[in-house]
Design a protein around this ligand. Structure first.
Ligand code: GLC
Length: 479
């Protein structure tokens, strides 16, 4: 009775949370059937690799934010130039003159990422600082500028070479692009000092300058979507660049946006889809027609969400490369992945390449461990959809399109052996169902006891699990 009550309470809470999210900011299903189909296909991929890379990697500091004159924990300046804002910004922008990632070898990245089980990639083409990791003709603040030593390298157009390398390995391609540009004089107009992350003049008072900025943004996005092969996702960051009426006063960082910064997303999306039919547009945090999926950051929702979503998260602690950064253990990453997939999301996991152009060795080690797990359990991850009860203590559920159900047991840190029995409450196997552990051949014995499913794991198997961290029991058919 008690458990029925708690299940009821739980469902009521889930209902309330998802309902609240939907009524406040309803998810808008795109009109274009090709976009809808592409989102559905993207939801099969589950696991993407994110890369934040720019000149900032040379100092091992936060991406872009140290030039933002806001007093936030993550904007703090460090190092010899930090005491004076103007000197600091100049030194930061001068990083362009020393950026020379001579070890950049995206084939190596793509092979390692594929082996780890990643299926799509998102690369920072341009972050808030405005430095272009692609050959834009609208600015000289870019990797291919004669000011940047790397420009003579045959791989200097990083955006191009990296996306080609990943595409060749079968990856879908996402391009991260920051709507705000803290280098561009029609965003931070040098006439005024910048005050915060926002445009530093009122676009209503200076409509021509704002128009210039809109054109600049449109043109750069058009370059990316027409010169860089097939792009599947346009991942737009910097949600404060948004129409005033879209500001959600319940969200702290949005409350303080001083101006209307309408960048004309309808125009950008239409152009994007002329070049890239069915393009998925992710206008992050600006709920509406151009946020084709949502992107909780550094967090996993407590409950499944009723719309397409992706958790973006750092593999270490910073998005940017920081020497000696601590990387999450593979077991943690795998548990997060399983939890996210069971709740219907995708997992976009970030690695920040170093100033010389490679991943930290810890990232390669993690990828190997994740890959080993994926090779055994990928079938319970890719192409699956969530199924209630989603998660039961340390067991997560997913469902294959042919209706098989996977019960994925998340092992505790010191749990090296499988338990003697596994008890499942919320999923009822069909009478003739078979249950098998992924990575093994034999069918397991199971029975129903007081309405719960009890699976017996033979002693030999307990001691020889097919992989580390999480074990997946496949139920051939449910009631
Ligand atoms: C945060 C960071 C930003 C980063 C983004 C990735 O918003 O401030 O720099 O690009 O996360 O999701």
């Amino acid at each position: 009775m008690k458990s029925i009550f708690f299940t009821f309470l739980f469902l009521l809470i889930i209902g309330k949370i998802t309902h609240a999210q939907e009524t406040e900011n309803p998810y808008i299903v795109p009109n274009d059937p090709q976009v809808v189909k592409n989102i559905e296909d993207w939801q099969d991929l589950k696991f993407g690799i994110f890369m934040h890379w720019g000149t900032y990697s040379q100092w091992g500091v936060v991406e872009s934010w140290s030039i933002c004159p806001e007093d936030e924990g993550w904007t703090q300046r460090k190092g010899p130039f930090s005491s004076d804002y103007t000197t600091y910004k100049k030194a930061y922008e001068d990083l362009q003159k020393t950026f020379n990632p001579i070890n950049f070898n995206p084939d190596k990245w793509a092979v390692a990422a594929k082996d780890a089980g990643f299926k799509y990639m998102v690369l920072t083409f341009k972050h808030h600082d405005g430095f272009c990791m692609f050959d834009s003709k609208y600015t000289d603040y870019k990797i291919t500028s004669t000011k940047t030593p790397f420009h003579t390298n045959p791989k200097s157009n990083v955006g191009k070479v990296a996306t080609e390398a990943f595409r060749k390995e079968g990856f879908k391609i996402g391009t991260y692009f920051s709507k705000p540009d803290w280098h561009c004089d029609s965003y931070w107009w040098p006439y005024f000092p910048p005050k915060d992350r926002n445009v530093n003049y009122d676009p209503k008072r200076y409509p021509e300058r704002w128009q210039k900025y809109k054109d600049f943004t449109y043109n750069q996005i058009e370059e990316i979507l027409s010169n860089y092969g097939k792009v599947d996702i346009l991942w737009l960051d910097g949600g404060w660049v948004r129409p005033k009426q879209s500001i959600d006063p319940n969200i702290d960082w949005q409350k303080t946006i001083p101006y209307d910064q309408d960048i004309d997303m309808a125009n950008i999306a239409a152009m994007g889809r002329r070049h890239q039919p069915g393009l998925i547009v992710v206008d992050r945090s600006v709920s509406g027609e151009f946020e084709n999926y949502r992107t909780p950051e550094q967090q996993i929702p407590d409950v499944p969400l009723s719309y397409p979503w992706e958790t973006c998260m750092t593999m270490a602690s910073s998005w940017s490369y920081v020497p000696g950064d601590i990387y999450k253990p593979a077991g943690t990453i795998i548990h997060y992945l399983v939890d996210i997939v069971a709740k219907g999301g995708n997992y976009l996991l970030n690695i920040g390449p170093s100033p010389l152009g490679d991943y930290d060795s810890a990232a390669y080690t993690r990828m190997k461990e994740i890959g080993a797990w994926m090779k055994v359990n990928g079938d319970a991850i890719y192409g699956t959809r969530p199924i209630a009860p989603y998660k039961e203590n340390n067991i997560c559920f997913t469902q294959n399109k042919d209706k098989r159900v996977n019960a994925i047991y998340l092992a505790a840190k010191d749990e090296a052996n499988l338990p003697p029995t596994l008890v499942i409450k919320g999923i009822k196997p069909a009478k003739d169902a078979s249950i098998q552990l992924l990575g093994t051949k034999n069918k397991l014995k199971w029975k129903t006891v007081d309405g719960e499913t009890v699976i017996t794991i033979p002693a030999t198997l307990q001691k020889a699990p097919p992989c580390l961290y999480a074990w997946c029991f496949v139920i051939s058919e449910i009631e």
